[in-house]
Design a protein around this ligand. Structure first.
Ligand code: G1P
Length: 294
């Protein structure tokens, strides 16, 4: 029987330079989309996908993330004495939500390096990786879509999305052939090769890797053997490329809308769209937007 994916690794040690000055003294993972920090969207996606065990790879200046998922006695006490039941439930839901472990990445040496730091906590089992910058709004959680493919083929799977040529250099890009998959609506690919942040002219396709991965533990050995790549960092894409020599890897063009919430414009778009969908804010926010002279 195929091993179940129980763990999700959240690399969260990056410096968040794309979002300065907001990220000078605050982790970018804690930037609120409407009223929830970015990382909570990712954690909820993992839980809704059936993955309960959360591993957060943190770094210096990231204690707010640990506090967020911890119990806050003072706040709970205050809300209790003021009879704010709804707020109390919201606050408790976050700390009750997960079984979370932390590991430090002492230096920001790249995504592959961050994933390697989780090696001992992951141990010898398949696991998932979620980049909380990539917020994905979908009917079926994006990670669940990948897990369905993993459970069918028993092989690593990465999320894919088509991106325009002028944006392709910001991503890991795959060379891949379509694979017929039961009920798959031409979304599944078998990956032949991949390259991290290619120049537009060198990009093997318009299919970019988006921050959701289902991986098997052999990826750690591959990551051990890769040299620093794009940006002088140990890249997860390079580790996966190495793994391709010994294992098939699949790509799944997921169903849903992805926002690059690590980018200022992407963050604004996500904020507006998520606020419009909120049952408690959507109507008032829509009316307000209509009054703007655009
Ligand atoms: C990372 C990965 C890249 C992937 C991207 C998705 O890059 O290295 O392969 O396409 O996430 O968001 P970053 O955005 O951290 O530079």
């Amino acid at each position: 029987m195929i091993a179940k994916v129980r763990k999700a690794v959240f690399p969260a040690a990056g410096l968040g330079t794309r979002f300065l000055p907001a990220t000078k003294a605050q982790p970018k993972e804690m930037l609120p989309l409407v009223d929830k920090p970015l990382i909570q969207y990712g954690v909820e996606e993992a839980m809704q996908s059936g993955v309960q065990n959360i591993i957060i790879v943190t770094g210096r200046g990231k204690t707010a993330i640990e506090d967020h998922f911890d119990v806050s006695f003072e706040l709970e006490h205050l809300l209790e004495t003021r009879c704010k039941k709804d707020l109390l439930a919201t606050v408790r839901a976050v700390s009750d939500m997960i079984d979370v472990s932390y590991v430090r990445q002492k230096e920001a040496l790249g995504l592959g390096h961050a994933v390697l730091r989780a090696r001992e906590l992951v141990a010898d089992e398949p696991f998932s990786v979620i980049l909380s910058d990539d917020v994905i709004d979908s009917e079926v959680p994006c990670l669940r879509q990948l897990l369905d493919v993993y459970e069918f083929y028993s092989a690593p799977v990465v999320a894919l999305m088509e991106v325009p040529p002028d944006a392709i250099s910001a991503y890991g890009v795959v060379d891949a052939e379509p694979v017929a998959h039961p009920g798959g609506q031409n979304r599944l690919y078998r990956i032949r090769n991949m390259v991290e942040k290619p120049k537009p002219a060198d990009a093997p396709s318009n299919l970019a890797i988006i921050g959701r991965y289902v991986l098997t533990p052999e990826v750690f050995r591959s990551l051990d053997s890769v040299e620093p790549g794009s940006g002088g960092e140990i890249q997860l894409t390079d580790g996966l490329k190495h793994l391709l020599r010994s294992r098939p890897i699949y790509g799944y063009r997921f169903e849903g809308t992805r926002y690059d919430a690590g980018d200022k414009l992407g963050f604004l778009k996500a904020t507006v769209e998520f606020a419009l969908k909120r049952y408690d804010l959507g109507e008032a926010f829509r009316s307000y937007l209509k009054t703007l002279k655009l």
